[in-house]
Design a protein around this ligand. Structure first.
Ligand code: ZN
Length: 309
């Protein structure tokens, strides 16, 4: 397996599919994962273990995880909103549990009906659950902090509050952290400040970035994060994954555009862009939505495109 400079992680199967009412058949989800892994994407968040009655789109999570585990070299991640979800994800065999809270109290309450302190206690319970497992069954626990760059309910989220939450989240014993601009409020200057400061707090603990392109700043924010040394970026095929609070708004950073940018900058992603564009066409044929983003898929690759050497 070739070494990569930047790890690009697909989140559309969770972030995207949960935001539309269409329920993608399990076989198509599996085909998506197989095809995207074959194009070189090494980590995919394939499901969310929320109660099936809340998100019927994710009701087949256990089966999707179990099937995705058979794909060689792929890290199979699953979002878990609480301990119950973590137990189900462990049972299914997820390699990575993405546990989440919102830094903004109002957003956290609206999302999971907990205070941030209660959510942090849940992080610690999930870490304890994982540590009690035999080593070969122990998934990585990644703590996700949503609304780090602004909140649809509270507006500003003070940077000191974000950094304080970073510190408290790390203290729960998580293995990795992801800072998310859940609602597309962030700008590159803010991204640079927060990621630089968060890495000083985190030390050797890896931090990833999760941006939405809601207001067109997704790639600019990705570059700002890269500038501070971040090497793990979330994205979704076709920029799939709208904002639930803004119907019609664009979703996550577009995977094809992100790979194009990184490879053109000389940063290896391990992803074959032509094959990735084929996966996008497959997804376009499966999803009953035309709200796909991404410029490269429309314009095509430039004649002088060269992947990073
Ligand atoms: Zn998101």
């Amino acid at each position: 397996m070739t070494k990569t400079d930047v790890s690009v992680r697909e989140v559309g199967m969770r972030d995207g599919l949960q935001s539309i009412s269409f329920i993608m058949p399990t076989t198509k989800k599996h085909e998506w994962a197989v095809r995207e892994a074959a194009a070189g994407v090494r980590e995919i968040e394939v499901a969310s273990f929320v109660p099936p009655k809340l998100l019927p789109q994710m009701a087949d999570g256990a089966e999707v995880v179990a099937q995705a585990r058979k794909i060689a070299g792929l890290t199979v991640a699953a979002l878990v909103p609480n301990l119950k979800g973590a137990e189900r994800a462990v049972e299914a065999g997820a390699h990575k549990l993405n546990v989440v809270l919102s830094v903004s109290e109002g957003h956290n309450r609206a999302n999971v009906r907990k205070t941030v302190q209660e959510s942090l206690a849940e992080f610690a319970r999930i870490v304890a659950l994982v540590r009690a497992l035999p080593a070969e069954r122990r998934p990585i626990v990644c703590g996700g902090l949503a609304t780090c760059f602004g909140c649809t309910i509270e507006g500003d989220v003070p940077e000191a509050q974000v950094l304080d939450t970073v510190e408290r989240a790390i203290a729960t014993g998580i293995d990795e952290l992801v800072l998310a601009d859940t609602v597309g409020y962030g700008n590159p200057a803010q991204v640079r400040r927060i990621f630089a400061a968060a890495q000083r707090i985190a030390g050797a603990l890896p931090i990833a970035a999760h941006f939405h392109d809601t207001r067109g700043l997704g790639l600019a924010n990705a570059v700002a994060a890269l500038d501070t040394g971040i090497r793990r970026l979330d994205a979704s095929l076709g920029g799939f994954g709208g904002c639930p609070y803004a119907p019609g708004a664009s979703g996550n950073v577009d995977m094809e555009d992100l790979v194009f940018m990184l490879e053109s900058m000389g940063m290896k992603t391990g992803v074959d862009l032509n094959r990735l564009l084929e996966v996008r066409r497959f997804i376009e044929s499966v999803l009953p939505t035309d709200t796909f983003a991404g410029a490269v898929a429309v314009a095509g690759l430039p004649k002088n495109y060269r992947p990073a050497a």
